[in-house]
Design a protein around this ligand. Structure first.
Ligand code: PEP
Ligand code: CO
Length: 469
């Protein structure tokens, strides 16, 4: 991600047909999940300002990621995509950014070393500020206000002032994303002092797992492998890998995306320069809707979430619309079907997409199909319903996805997870056996429950084990 040297000017033929498309053509389609901005002139002013500001990423970086996604689709590489469910403007602070980056880097080292495959890291950050909602409005004590749609749109407080969508937030979101990205680029450039010393990692949990000796062997191997590589290459592992950290967010608020979609010198096409890899959420993935219309015209690789309610025939139409020419790396399908149904639903999705002939990258999101509400029977949170996910379900969905792809002759190209580098207690299970009674101890997520530091590393170890096996 650091000023990657411009790729040699490969003849880049526009690979998808953009007939009838323009950055604003989505406005002619039914477009779900958009804020009702009360003041059109304020919205126009904010978008005009956004369109003038420097871009957050470059077309060279975007192209490099598309190539890597193509490699992942064919099984030569593995994608690790992760971060918060929702970033907040307040959460733009160095501690949170550092610990999130650190866990992603550590997981990727585990995957490289244990899984024996090159790994591409994609953060869910520097723009993950907007959330889809099941209802447009929320009513409390007889008062009805617009739902909170993420800091990019409005505030969480239940007052008319906070909940009224404010387009100034689009500009502020761009600034927060730039601050985040600036710090990420600096950290990746400088290297984390302790990254290549697994003996400094916080690995006490390893002892608590039934797989303790296997985990320990993996940790030792990582240390040895990293030291060997540094000796051979003569650079620290952080330097070797520094060009490889990408950003992603759900491309939900199309005013924000459109304003940052541009043409660049010497390369054809339109680029959404707000992020490397935008994805379309499950609620906005209709092939006839505004989101698919917008994303079909940009050069970026595009992700599409696939849920239990996604109709396979509609999915096929979405893939064809986004990728009319079968360009490798262009479309990634991020499946979030749930541990219970993945074995039944994933083969259907694979079949439908196979018939399109498009070479998609299949990524497993084992979080969003496994969310449940529990009511702890004892402990500090006794009696209060809380949203959680069971680590065992997360693992089960990933493992079954490996199996289904193996049986279908496709590859699991990567995983997409919600995590934090902190030791929160939001998901149950893992080596440390977090119980429902412990959820209230350190539950901090304002939205979806995240894997904590230890659970994230353990997931990486289990995935690495499975990749090799
Ligand atoms: C998310 O990734 O936070 C999300 C809302 O996902 P989905 O669209 O898969 O529900
Ligand atoms: Co989420």
């Amino acid at each position: 991600m650091t000023a990657a040297p411009p790729a040699p000017a490969a003849p880049h033929n526009r690979t998808h047909d953009v007939g009838g498309w323009s950055p604003s053509s989505w406005r002619t389609r039914p477009t779900a999940q958009q804020p009702e901005w009360p003041d059109p002139s304020a919205l126009r002013a904010a978008c005009a300002q956004l369109a003038r500001l420097p871009p957050l990423v470059t077309s060279f970086e975007i192209d490099a990621l598309r190539t890597q996604l193509a490699e992942a689709a064919s099984g030569q590489r593995f994608i690790l995509q992760g971060g918060e469910c929702a970033e907040t403007f307040d959460g733009c602070e160095p501690g949170a950014i550092t610990s999130r980056l650190k866990i992603l880097l550590q997981m990727s080292l585990v995957l490289v070393q244990g899984g024996r495959r090159r790994v591409t890291r994609i953060g869910r950050f520097a723009g993950q500020y907007a959330k889809p909602r099941s209802a447009d409005r929320e009513t409390r004590d007889g008062v009805t206000l617009p739902a909170y749609r993420g800091d990019l749109v409005n505030g969480p407080g239940f007052t008319a002032a906070e909940r009224t969508p404010d387009p100034v937030r689009l500009v502020r979101g761009h600034a927060r994303a730039a601050l985040t990205l600036n710090f990420v680029r600096a950290l990746v450039d400088g290297g984390f002092a302790d990254l290549h010393h697994p003996e400094y990692w916080d690995l006490a949990f390893v002892r608590h797992s039934p797989l303790a000796s296997e985990y320990q062997a993996m940790v030792d191997q990582i240390g040895d492998g990293v030291r060997l590589m540094e000796t051979i290459v003569g650079m620290s592992v952080a330097q070797v890998n520094r060009a490889e950290f990408f950003t992603s967010h759900e491309g939900l608020v199309l005013d924000y995306e459109e304003a940052q979609t541009r043409q660049v010198p010497h390369r054809p096409g339109w680029w959404d320069l707000s992020t490397h890899f935008p994805w379309i959420g499950v609620r906005t993935s209709s092939p006839e809707g505004g989101h698919v219309e917008f994303f079909r015209g940009i050069e970026n690789p595009v992700g599409v979430k696939v849920g239990p309610d996604t109709d396979p025939a509609a999915l096929a139409r979405t893939v064809e619309a986004l990728d009319p020419h079968g360009t490798p790396g262009r479309v990634s399908l991020i499946t979030r079907l749930g541990a219970r149904d993945v074995g039944r639903l994933l083969p259907r999705a694979i079949d439908a997409v196979r018939r399109t002939g498009r070479p998609v990258a299949w990524i497993c999101d084992p979080m969003h199909g496994n969310t449940e509400t529990v009511v702890p029977q004892s402990g500090p949170g006794k009696g209060t319903p809380v949203k959680t996910r069971k680590f065992a379900h997360v693992i089960a969905e990933v493992e079954q996805s490996f199996e289904v792809h193996r049986a279908a002759g496709t590859h699991l190209a990567g995983i997409h997870v919600e995590l934090t580098g902190e030791n929160v207690t939001e998901c149950t299970g893992g080596a440390r056996c977090i119980s429902e009674e412990m959820l209230a101890d350190a539950y901090r997520s304002p939205v979806d429950p995240r894997l904590n530091y230890e659970q994230s590393l353990e997931l990486a170890m289990l995935v690495a084990r499975r990749m090799r096996g």
